[in-house]
Ligand binder design. Structure first.
Ligand code: ZN
Length: 222
């Protein structure tokens, strides 16, 4: 939360020096954000990630669409959201530099949790549905990933299942609970079609926000 407090302070100071002081009414009425969540939309630009087998849809585009819906769902419920990207481009010209910049954003001071959005692909085209990964050995990350898994299962009418331990760059965030969400399989015909449906994207985004907030609200005040 430290970062959001700084943003409020700088907004206030700018408001004092600017003639129109556009921030003042907002400051008087608004509650401070409840939580600081970092959202990472995987890939982008030259790195499109997986591609849909039937339609050629790009993972990087779906990550942005579903990620932005998730961001707005969290903001509507009182969170401050920092994105690793806000458009279709990568964060740098090479994968190495892109990941370094992504990692620096994910390690921003004061975050309550980080959430990375991706799409899956697998050789067996029957495999479908979302999966959540946490950093193996990270208890907080495991709890976050399980809350998101539970919320997704409830929203989609799937049987309960466990979140998956893993070892991913975007879940190795020191001292911050982190989850990597694979929203569905671009190798499965049903998933590939549904992941491009705005209503299904909204359903996924709402469930991810539900799971993140269930986790954050269950923790003692930081
Ligand atoms: Zn990916």
């Amino acid at each position: 939360m430290k970062r959001s407090i700084l943003l409020f302070l700088s907004c206030f100071l700018l408001g004092c020096s600017a003639p129109a002081a556009p921030c003042e009414p907002f400051l008087l009425d608004a509650e401070p954000p409840k939580y600081f969540v970092i959202l990472d939309y995987g890939h982008g630009g030259f790195d499109c990630g997986a591609t849909g087998v039937d339609t050629g849809v790009l993972e990087s585009d779906l990550n942005l669409l579903i990620g932005e819906r998730t961001a707005r769902a969290l903001e509507d419920r009182g969170c401050f959201v920092l994105r690793t990207r806000t458009g279709p481009d990568a964060l740098a010209d090479t994968k190495r530099d892109d990941m370094a910049r992504r990692g620096a954003i994910l390690c921003s001071d004061g975050a309550d949790c980080t959430v990375s959005i991706h799409m899956n692909k697998f050789s067996d085209r029957r495999v479908k549905g979302p999966m959540c990964y946490f950093q193996a050995g990270a208890a907080d990350g495991k709890a976050l990933a399980q809350c998101v898994t539970d919320a997704l299962c409830a929203a989609l009418g799937r049987d309960p299942r466990f979140a998956n331990p893993g070892n991913n760059y975007v879940t190795r965030i020191p001292d911050v609970p982190s989850v990597l969400i694979e929203c569905g399989f671009l190798s499965n015909p049903e998933d590939e079609r549904k992941l491009q449906d705005p209503d299904y994207q909204a359903l996924l985004a709402g469930a991810i926000a539900d799971g993140v907030l269930a986790f954050l609200s269950s923790r003692p005040a930081q």
